[in-house]
Design a binder for this molecule. Structure first.
Ligand code: HEC
Ligand code: HEC
Length: 348
């Protein structure tokens, strides 16, 4: 895909990014620290974010009129006050139906090179219409969504400002939502301040935990770089839950059987429960999973082995992971353009 770094193009991000970049330069003469925020949020060259696109995307993301019931928005499941996830083991969709997988946070999804637990979507633009049309999620067929939005004066004006001359189309809806998502990035965390040179930003236990993470724990074999993910797919031996295919459903390579995408660990204290099926309520339980070397050992990743961690090493690892959560992110809620009430119309 044609990706391009857009330096400082995102409102509100420029300050944070250049602050971090400045600190990196100060501590490491030439090479940027791989664990710290890159200087720019990646965005495709044909959808460069600007204030109008972000504002439109913000409104669409929070607008329940994008659902058949008129009651579900993207933010219902990706709720900013729950770390842009939903606090549920697996998501709850249209008519309160329990869905098969956990809602991942969308924090830093801009940095993912592939989307979804099984990687079935290539980009944020590719992903955005899926939940709207899905009868189990927002249950509003795309043609009906476009009709609804086109009937709202305020939206027509916002689309014209964001994508002049292009109209209200599936493509402009997806592009606007993706532009907003690229502003949902993790805040500067204690870990970031420590890496940037403030020795007092994290506890000694957390510092030891980062050593376990990179050493005996082998966590950084998969959780690596600024977003703590290799954007790869691995089978980590989750107990059989009927979701046995994972990435293999889309790429028939044997090692991908039961392999799911490595999730970010940024803002991890906010997004319990954990794993694609939400089976662990706490980070302590997650660490026990890795210490055992997983449960279902069929097709296990070669990077998974029983670890033999001491009680202190386990506690240190948890303390370290908690330093990846920053101060609450500033959230600007949109003013939704007024328009016809969203009578529940879609099929139930
Ligand atoms: C009913 C709950 C629900 C709603 C509503 C919902 N999502 Fe999701 N979202 C999920 C779940 C569950 C997944 C993971 C599904 C999977 O991987 O199989 C997901 C995955 C994603 C991802 C991929 C993140 C990653 O790290 O791979 C993005 C981005 C996303 N959703 C954005 C959106 C947008 C934009 C909307 C609104 C148009 C939306 N979601 C509406 C539950 C929801
Ligand atoms: C072989 C690659 C690999 C290794 C090694 C690994 N992880 Fe993971 N991690 C993953 C994958 C893949 C998932 C999601 C698995 C799933 O749900 O099926 C995950 C999930 C997690 C989650 C849950 C995140 C969420 O939002 O649900 C945490 C926390 C975590 N890992 C921490 C660690 C720690 C700590 C270590 C080291 C002790 C570690 N990981 C080692 C690949 C790995």
């Amino acid at each position: 895909m044609n990706r391009k770094l857009i330096a400082g193009a995102l409102a509100g991000l420029a300050a944070a990014a250049s602050l971090v970049a400045g600190q990196v330069v100060a501590t490491e003469a030439s090479k940027p620290d791989p664990w710290l925020r890159p200087a720019a949020v990646p965005a495709p060259a044909d959808n460069v974010p600007n204030a109008e696109r972000i504002e439109l995307g913000r409104a669409l993301f929070f607008d329940p009129r994008l659902s058949g019931s008129g009651m579900i928005s993207c933010a219902t499941c990706h709720n900013p006050s729950l770390g842009w996830s939903d606090g549920q083991p697996t998501a709850i969709g249209h008519m309160s139906k329990r869905l098969g997988r956990a809602t991942p946070t969308i924090v830093n999804s801009a940095y993912n090179t592939i989307q979804m637990w099984d990687g079935r979507k290539a980009s944020l633009e590719d992903q955005a219409l899926g939940p709207i049309g899905d009868p189990n999620e927002m249950a509003l067929p795309i043609p009906q969504m476009l009709e609804r939005l086109s009937a709202i004066d305020g939206y027509r004006a916002m689309f014209e400002r964001a994508y002049p001359g292009q109209g209200v189309t599936a493509e402009t809806v997806a592009r606007a939502i993706a532009s907003f998502e690229r502003t949902v990035v993790s805040s500067t965390s204690p870990f970031d301040r420590w890496r940037a040179g403030d020795a007092t930003a994290v506890s000694d236990a957390a510092k030891r935990g980062f050593e376990v993470f990179n050493g005996k724990g082998n966590c950084s074999a998969c959780h690596q770089g600024f977003n703590f993910t290799d954007n790869g797919f691995h089978n980590i031996g989750i107990k059989a839950d009927g979701d046995a295919e994972g990435r293999f459903a889309h790429r028939k390579v044997k090692v991908l059987k039961g392999a799911f995408k490595t999730p970010t660990l940024r803002e991890i204290a906010l997004t319990a429960p954990y794993m694609r099926n939400g089976m662990y309520g706490t980070l302590e339980e997650v660490v026990e999973h890795y210490d055992r070397g997983g449960d279902d050992l069929s097709n296990l990743s070669p990077n998974m082995k029983p670890l033999g961690l001491s009680a202190r090493e386990k506690a240190d690892l948890v303390d370290f992971m908690k330093t990846l959560t920053g101060a609450p992110m500033a959230i600007v809620l949109p003013q939704l353009p007024p328009g016809p009430a969203s009578a529940p119309t879609a099929s139930r």
